[in-house]
Design a protein around this ligand. Structure first.
Ligand code: GLC
Length: 474
């Protein structure tokens, strides 16, 4: 099939988190299975510096008559074409969604509705038109609405996180160029606003989200973010496919940033990575202390505040923490304060740093993800690939990818997002970690789990086929 991905970010061109990890790696898995895949995204500032970047000559315009430029490159190491929509007034500025992690630009409705129109115009210009446009998250949610009357291609909409919806005040509806008649309860209207994500859900031929458990969760009020009712109505067109990770890009056997290379059958060199991590972060630990790693956005979703009441106790007991990530001011301040209070026990690194992430995955004993909700989660899979035993809350993709060691699995699973429950699981890990042979067995088992994209591809192929059938039936 010919598949065009549309997304607001893709690794390595622009990334704020898991979305880019998926849009930057799933295309390759689909291409390896014989599909013809490309991706379109906005041209943010600095993307022009990527390798093989070139401008496409010609003038392009949307159905609303807006002119834009087009450029192309390839997703590095894949040969997959990446196309970029250039419009300086919207995208040539620092930041993707806002000037910093916790604020949004006030013209996001204009910026991303324009991007959606440009993506539609782009696909119409292709010599070989796609069979599928695969849209990701709210920023692309208007594409299904713009395509609602087309005969082809079919449109698939993937929800990476229900929490981010792209809801805007009615005064800005004009920027969508959609008819007033769609601003209703059965269309884009959502509690008086208009909603990009709702548009995606209502008008796509098939909807997917990024794990099986999350499919069930978002149809309940607790996780549905007020769209659970609508999702229940669309449940027959809604599929959960657990994300994968790129097993070539995340491979401790070939990863040049690590202190040593290793694989599931010979994990002893991993000890060197562990020692290196302790040294870099000035952790006061020997081989006996449990080292817990965190690589995460620092937001309420991720549940790191559950650590606050217990981390002092754990540090005294000898548990060590290496935390990497950025996010909300509140978390950054609290974590920095904790690091100051517990030198040698807690290292806090407030930035996004891929090399450091790799070194944490390769050196820590457990990777912590106590998320309150987690559509899929990628760090637990990356950590596992590198031999870090996952400790997760039982929600969304974390529930789908981690089985508790007490249930003949390989990780530690919390029953609820609660500090004492987290404490209980960390203590369990600490006790098991002292039993060398059992722990080694656990690490090997963790590394043998298959979270590569390959196993997920047939599931997407199924969804694409169903989307094509649904589109024909319109
Ligand atoms: C979002 C979700 C995360 C998921 C990622 C990729 O960032 O919060 O759980 O893994 O998207 O789908």
């Amino acid at each position: 099939m010919r598949i065009l991905f549309a997304a607001s970010e893709a690794y390595p061109f622009a990334s704020t988190g898991g979305l880019a990890g998926v849009t930057g790696s799933l295309p390759k898995a689909l291409a390896d299975a014989g599909h013809d895949v490309s991706i379109i995204m906005p041209l943010y500032r600095d993307i022009e510096k990527v390798k093989d970047f070139r401008w496409i000559s010609g003038e392009f315009s949307t159905s609303a008559g807006e002119k834009f430029g087009l450029a192309e490159s390839v997703i590095p190491g894949t040969g997959i074409p990446a196309y970029f929509v250039s419009k300086d007034e919207y995208f040539h500025r620092p930041g993707i969604y806002g000037p910093d992690d916790s604020s949004a630009f006030d013209d996001n409705a204009v910026r991303f509705s324009f991007f959606c129109r440009a993506a539609v115009a782009f696909h119409e210009n292709l010599r070989k038109p796609p069979d599928i446009i695969h849209c990701h998250d709210w920023q692309t949610g208007l594409i299904p609405a713009y395509m609602r009357n087309s005969i082809r291609p079919a449109v698939v909409f993937t929800i990476h996180n229900m929490h981010f919806q792209g809801n805007f005040p009615p005064e800005e509806y004009g920027s969508t160029y959609l008819p007033r008649s769609l601003f209703t309860m059965t269309g884009l209207e959502f509690f008086g606003t208009f909603s990009f994500i709702k548009s995606g859900i209502v008008y796509a031929d098939q909807i997917t989200t990024v794990s099986r458990t999350y499919v069930d969760e978002i149809q309940k009020p607790e996780f549905g973010e007020s769209l659970d009712g609508l999702l229940r109505e669309h449940s027959t067109d809604l599929t959960g496919i657990v994300n994968g990770i790129d097993y070539d890009a995340w491979n401790p056997e070939t990863d040049g940033t690590l202190a040593a290379s290793y694989k599931a059958d010979s994990i002893s060199p991993r000890r060197k990575c562990r020692r290196e991590l302790m040294k870099t972060h000035n952790l006061n630990a020997g081989s006996g202390e449990l080292i817990a790693g965190v690589v995460s956005r620092l937001t309420r979703q991720k549940g790191l505040d559950l650590l606050f009441p217990i981390i002092g106790r754990l540090a005294e007991r000898g548990v060590r923490f290496v935390i990497l990530g950025t996010g909300d001011e509140f978390y950054m301040e609290r974590l920095s304060a904790l690091a100051l209070e517990h030198p040698g026990s807690i290292s806090v690194n407030l930035r996004y740093d891929e090399t450091m992430a790799r070194r944490i995955f390769s050196g820590c004993d457990i990777i912590l993800m106590p998320s309150r909700f987690e559509p899929c989660g990628l760090a637990q899979m990356m950590g596992m690939r590198y031999g870090a035993v996952p400790l997760v809350n039982s929600t969304g993709g974390l529930a789908d990818t981690v089985i508790d060691e007490q249930d003949s699995g390989f990780g530690f699973v919390m029953n609820r997002a609660d500090p004492e429950e987290l404490n209980r699981c960390i203590l369990r890990a600490d006790v098991l970690h002292r039993q060398r042979n059992r722990w080694t067995g656990l690490v090997k088992k963790v590394m043998k789990q298959d979270n590569s994209w390959n196993s997920r591809v047939p599931l997407y192929e199924d969804v694409y086929s169903r989307a094509v059938i649904a589109r024909k039936a319109r």
